[in-house]
Ligand binder design. Sequence first.
Ligand SMILES: Cc1ncc(COP(=O)(O)O)c(C=O)c1O
Length: 428
Amino acid sequence: MNKTELLALRKEAIPRGVFNLSDCIVESAKGAIIKDIDGNEWIDFSGGIGVLNAGHCHEKVVNAIKEQVDKLIHSCFHVSMYEGYIKLADKLNQITPGDFKKKTMLANSGAEAVDNAIKIARQFTGRPGILCFDNAFHGRTYMGMSLTSKVTPYKKGFGPLMNDIYRIPFPNAYRLSENNQAKANIIALNALKKTFKDTCDPETIAAIIYEPIQGEGGFIHADEAFYRELRQLTESYGILTIIDEIQTGFGRTGKMFASEYFNIDFDIIILAKSMASGMPISAITGKDKIMDASQIGGLGGTYGGNPLACAAALATIEVLEENLLDRANAIGEKIHATFKRFEKDSPYVGNVRGVGAMMAFELVEDKESKKPATDLTTKLASYCRENNLSMITAGTYSNVVRILVPFTVSDDILERGLDIIEKGLKKL
Ligand SMILES: Cc1ncc(COP(=O)(O)O)c(C=O)c1O
């Protein structure tokens, strides 16, 4: 079928709520290049929303999947076990931060990891409440959606949502008039203390869940001091910490996990996206006693930790460990320097932020008012797509340009992609 026919059939066959950011129909992809069915090459700065840190179709990952596919596609781990699940759980217990004994369960998607982490935390503590931040994104299941901050499109009309969820402000320094992180931290911690006074009893809270760098929220992060004080305060009430590294994990920040960058002390960490280069899998890794709180049969699912996905994950982790973290840092430095130039040259680039290769800039109508420039961002994203650069936005006001380029991108392709963004900015 040609592109026109496929687009017409897509309209007939698939609901509009299943969104498409472009009309690109992919035929194949390698590294950081996507080829569409008309033979056009696209530079990929989206990585399938942060899934392709190790690149599209990395040879070692492809070979691992091919080797596995001839042996076993599915048995359901609960019915009969297989090596891949056990080896991957052990590997994740080893490579995730935290000097304590861990256990890991595997699931299929990021949102499913969120749901399971909350189930485990509630069961371990015997408490119902969950704390989360504004600007957060935790997925599209009922629990994920309830913990997510943005109403449209994620929550509008889908209620009733889950209860016993309390949202507190995230310390977004840029949104203060003086852009001061220490002050933002104090405001956020005071808001949490107030929540414990006027909204919920901290001793009914099972866990706080947060992203070390908010992904869909616009690549906003606090600093080590904030995360430390947050932990001290919540832990003093017996509240567990669940770190959502679904978007930040597997090298995006130049370290395997963003928690290492900020020295975050947690009880449970949840992982997905770039763990398996596109095979659907997620993980919930936590302190062994917490992970063992559930009764036998309380945790699981038909496909969780599918053999092909486990093989892809083990190969992806190997590839990342070999040499890709240094590359992530090098890419991040290049993107950061370029975005800083944009900030200097463009009246609309209000803030550049991120860690490692998780870089973004925020577009504002003017640098004084900092009013989010949603329309300009949409225009810039359209310009990029018209020029075959796959680039996605973020932020509650959809006014943040975020980069999730594969680390296997060549310097030349990286520069070509950044040039397209620069030309688009100049046209605004
Ligand atoms: C931080 C974070 N948590 C959870 C999710 C949900 O993951 P999934 O789309 O695999 O359900 C996402 C997806 O973008 C995410 O970025």
